[in-house]
Design a protein around this ligand. Structure first.
Ligand SMILES: [Zn+2]
Ligand SMILES: [Zn+2]
Length: 354
C-alpha cells in the first residue's frame, strides 16, 4: 500500500512539473507582442551556405577604366569583383580614342585606313600659329594642331588650294599636320598593303639613273618620310616588305637598270601593281589621285582637276634615266626624266593590323 502511494505521488509530481514547465513556456509566448523577443525571429540555421546566381555587370569596364560585377544570394548578401579595363579603344579618324582620348595607332573605316600624319590641308584663317617649333619642325596652332610652314613654289601660276585660293609663289603658308588616309589594296593574315590616297609630296626619283634600289626616292621614303610621318607606336606596325623589282614588275621586257629586290618599310607601287585589277586598279579613275594643298605649295604637277602626276618605282625601258609614272588622269603609259622634282609621291607600306 505504501509503495502504491509513493508511485502515485511521483506520478502527480511529474504531471505537475510538466504543467509548470508548459505554463512557463506559455507565459513567455504571451510576450509575443515584442518581435525582438519572439524566438521565431531569431531561429536562424547555424550554418547557411550562400547560393549565388551568375555574375551580373554592375559597372561596365571601358578601354581604360575597370568595371564591376555583382551577385546576390537570396539571403540578401552580395559580393562584387572588378572587371579589368578592356584596353580596346574606340578609334577615330583623328587617331585618338573617343572614350579616353588616348592616341591610337590607326583607324579603319572599311577599305580606308588612317595611319601616320603629314602636312596636308591649308591652315584655316582663324587659326593662329605660335613661333616655336617642335622637334619635327612643326608649329603649334591655336587649335592645338601642328602646322608645317612652306614658302610656296607652285609648278604653275594658276594652281588653287582646296579653299579655292590661288597658290602664290613666294608666299608663306601653313599646312595642317593631319592623319594620312590610305587605301587597302590587298589583305591577308592580319596584314594589309596600303597605298596613300592622295599625292602627298613631290620630288625627284633620282639623279641620273632609274635604278630604284639606289634612288634618292627610296632613301627619302625610308628616311625622312618614315621618320616624320610615324611615331614609334606606328613604326612598330610597319612591316618590312620584300619589294619585287623584277623585270616583270616593270611592265617591260627589258630594262637596263631593273634592280635587285629591296627590303623596305615604305615604297612606291610598281607598274605591275598599279595596273593590277586585283589591287583595285581597273581603270584610270582608280589611279587618279588628288594632290594635297601642301604638295601644291611644294611644286607638284597637277592636271586641271588638281590631280597629281606621281612616280612608280619601275624604270622605263626607253632611257636609263627615265622612270615610269602615272598621269593626273590616271594614265599608266607615262615616263620621264628621274631628276624632275615636280612629280608626286604616293607612298605604299605593309601594316600589321594586329
Ligand atoms: Zn545567403
Ligand atoms: Zn580609349
Amino acid at each position: 500500500m505504501k509503495k502504491c502511494i509513493i508511485a502515485i505521488l511521483t506520478l502527480v509530481f511529474c504531471l505537475l512539473s510538466i504543467l509548470l514547465i508548459g505554463c512557463d513556456e506559455n507565459s513567455t509566448g504571451g510576450d509575443s507582442g515584442n518581435p525582438s523577443t519572439n524566438p521565431q525571429d531569431s531561429q536562424q540555421p547555424l550554418e547557411h551556405t550562400h547560393t549565388f546566381p551568375a555574375w551580373q555587370e554592375n559597372v561596365p569596364a571601358t578601354c581604360s577604366t575597370a568595371g564591376e560585377e555583382i551577385r546576390t544570394c537570396d539571403c540578401g548578401v552580395s559580393e562584387t569583383r572588378s572587371i579589368p579595363a578592356t584596353g580596346v579603344h574606340t578609334t577615330t579618324k583623328e587617331l585618338v580614342c573617343s572614350v579616353c582620348q588616348a592616341a591610337v595607332a590607326y583607324h579603319r573605316d572599311g577599305n580606308r585606313i588612317y595611319f601616320g600624319e603629314y602636312p596636308q590641308t591649308l591652315k584655316a584663317e582663324n587659326v593662329v600659329v605660335s613661333n616655336s617649333v617642335d622637334q619635327r619642325g612643326y608649329y603649334l596652332g591655336s587649335d592645338n594642331a601642328y602646322y608645317a610652314k612652306v614658302v610656296a613654289a607652285p609648278h604653275d601660276e594658276d594652281y588653287v588650294f582646296s579653299t579655292g585660293a590661288t597658290v602664290t609663289a613666294g608666299e608663306e603658308y601653313y599646312f595642317k599636320v593631319e592623319p594620312i588616309a590610305w587605301r587597302v589594296i590587298t589583305e591577308s593574315n592580319g596584314t594589309a598593303i596600303i597605298v596613300c590616297e592622295s599625292v602627298i609630296a613631290n620630288g625627284a626619283f633620282g639623279v641620273d639613273t632609274n635604278d630604284y634600289a639606289a634612288s634618292a626616292m627610296r632613301t627619302w621614303l625610308n628616311g625622312a618620310f618614315y621618320q616624320s610621318a610615324f611615331q614609334n607606336a606606328e613604326k612598330a606596325l610597319i612591316l618590312t616588305t620584300q619589294v619585287d623589282n623584277s623585270i616583270e614588275s616593270t611592265g617591260h621586257d627589258k630594262v637596263e637598270y631593273a634592280c635587285e629586290n629591296t627590303q623596305d618599310n615604305i615604297f612606291l607601287l610598281s607598274y605591275a601593281e598599279a595596273t593590277n585589277p586585283q589591287y583595285g586598279f581597273s581603270s584610270n579613275d582608280d589611279r587618279s589621285l588628288r594632290a594635297s594643298d601642301y604638295s601644291l605649295a611644294t611644286g607638284v604637277f597637277v592636271n586641271s582637276e588638281g590631280n597629281g602626276y606621281w612616280w612608280l618605282r619601275s624604270p622605263a625601258s626607253r632611257y636609263e634615266y627615265y622612270a615610269r609614272l602615272i598621269s593626273g588622269g590616271g594614265g599608266s603609259s607615262y615616263a620621264n626624266n628621274v631628276d624632275c622634282i615636280y612629280y608626286g609621291i604616293v607612298p605604299v607600306l605593309q601594316i600589321d593590323l594586329y
